[in-house]
Design a protein around this ligand. Structure first.
Ligand SMILES: CC(C)=CCC/C(C)=C/CC/C(C)=C/COP(=O)(O)OP(=O)(O)O
Ligand SMILES: [Zn+2]
Length: 450
């Protein structure tokens, strides 16, 4: 039927997001076309991690924080972490002078009542506390680890604890899933996690899982990759992951990978290199949870049959799943030695393939986010240390998401490009390079025994 002249078909007007999507897709596919139409020797170069350029960019950034890290802003512990962790992923150490400078600067950010601020004299904040602690662990060594005042951090975390079960980002600050993650991650890695801190956290995170399956920043908000990583990692660290609807979380997460190869942070938004870690790291955690329950079984069979992702505190008791856990009900935190969970996560490997298209993600990071030094969100954007850190962390998550066991490196087929692209392995729960995590674990276990 002809449309009536009195009601003409409205002119099609794309939304701003659709227009952005077309521009981004055309830029991304331009990069991919360039790659496909290049001779093999050039293709090999395009897929290579430009290690030297990245190291130069990162070292310059570290030095530019100032001889005494005097740049004025509230983000310096974050800058330290993003740069130091990126260097560690690339297998690079910093020299003694820079290391001392970083330790001294971070010590000056430590508040007299506990926690770290964005700079010396600034109010302590959970995000900068997380960034400072992860930086000092990444630097490693006695001097660095000893500089962290665990007793005061514990009292700071207790002060940030809110009656809702969550945490405030700072005195009088907002309560959200980031605050839960940063508080629990710091407490866990420093070996000061106890029931006073974990109480009610699971309920709070659970109230943030949305109808889509992902996790939002606060109850009633939209599911987002950043918060999904934070919520999932927190639930694993407090040993309550079983309470989440992991099936719908997994569905939501895997559909966030776009045809561009990268991940988007939320439905109908653009892909962005930093979600390589927030989504890719979360996918790696879910895969490790499967490994935890699949151990000793045929993976395909147990993939269908397993209903619980609860982690128990020793290898033998892995099969002892209580009827409650079997049905996915609440679990009892105090039965479990939460301190052993982070090691279980990194020790358990699986022959299950990654939950996402690992090569496609690596291709996005290498061909679209990688610059002559540093990484970016997407073509057309500038590089920065945040995206460099999370593109590299996501790349590591993709490379290590398919290895046969904890002690063997990934097979060459898991690594896109030359095998020399392989980065250092991480503990995805904290996003800390694995050998630095083990060093800190040993140090803070002994510190507790004293
Ligand atoms: C450890 C720690 C503190 C983690 C933080 C996690 C994290 C990255 C949260 C994301 C915050 C957020 C709502 C971004 C949306 O930005 P946007 O609207 O610009 O981006 P989008 O379009 O991709 O959603
Ligand atoms: Zn981003």
């Amino acid at each position: 039927m002809d449309p009536s002249p009195s009601s003409p078909v409205p002119e099609y007007k794309p939304t701003k997001t659709q227009e952005d999507q077309w521009v981004v897709e055309s830029q991304i596919f331009h990069n991919y076309n360039l790659f496909c139409n290049s001779p093999p020797n050039l293709q090999a170069v395009l897929l290579e991690i430009q290690r030297d350029n990245h190291i130069e960019y990162l070292m310059k950034g570290l030095r530019n924080l100032g001889p005494s890290f005097v740049v004025l802003d509230a983000n310096r512990p974050w800058l330290c972490y993003w740069i130091l962790h990126s260097l560690a992923l690339l297998g690079e150490c910093v020299d003694v002078a820079l290391e001392r400078n970083a330790i001294d600067f971070l010590s000056r950010c430590q508040d007299e009542h506990g926690g770290y601020g964005g700079g010396p004299g600034q109010m302590p904040h959970l995000c900068t506390t997380y960034a400072a602690v992860n930086s000092l662990i990444t630097l490693g060594g006695r001097r660095s680890l000893k500089s962290i005042n665990r007793a005061k951090i514990y009292s700071y975390l207790r002060r940030m604890k809110h009656t809702s079960g969550g945490f405030s980002m700072h005195d009088g600050g907002e309560i959200d899933v980031r605050a839960c993650y940063t508080a629990i991650s710091v407490a866990s890695v420093l070996n000061i996690l106890d029931e006073e801190l974990t109480q009610g956290v699971g309920n709070y995170i659970l109230s943030c899982q949305t109808y889509e399956g992902g996790i939002a920043g606060e109850p009633g908000s939209e599911a987002h990759g950043g918060y999904t990583f934070c919520g999932l990692a927190t639930m694993i660290l407090i040993n309550e992951v079983n309470r989440l609807d992991l099936a719908s979380l997994t569905d939501w997460l895997v559909f966030r990978q776009g045809i561009e190869g990268g991940f988007q942070g939320r439905t109908n938004k653009l892909v962005d290199g930093c979600y390589s870690f927030w989504q890719g790291g979360a996918a790696m955690l879910i895969q490790r949870l499967h490994a935890a329950t699949d151990e000793g079984h045929d993976s395909a069979e147990s993939d269908e049959g397993s209903t619980s992702s609860e982690l128990s505190d020793d290898e033998e008791s892995d099969s002892e799943i209580s009827p409650d856990q079997e049905e996915g009900h609440d679990c009892e935190v105090d039965q479990v030695d939460s301190a052993s969970i982070p090691v279980h996560i990194v020790r358990r490997h699986t022959e299950l393939p990654p939950l996402f298209q690992s090569h496609a993600l690596q291709q996005y990071v290498l061909l679209c986010s990688q610059m002559e030094g540093g990484f970016r969100d997407k073509p057309g954007k500038h590089r920065d240390f945040y995206h460099t850190c999370y593109c590299l962390s996501g790349l590591a998550a993709a490379q290590y998401s398919w290895s046969k066991d904890a002690d063997s490196p990934p097979l060459p087929r898991s690594v896109l490009g030359p095998y020399s692209n392989l980065l250092e392995p991480i503990n995805p729960l904290y996003d800390i390079v694995l050998d630095k995590y083990y060093e800190a674990r040993e140090f803070f276990t002994k510190a507790s025994e004293l």
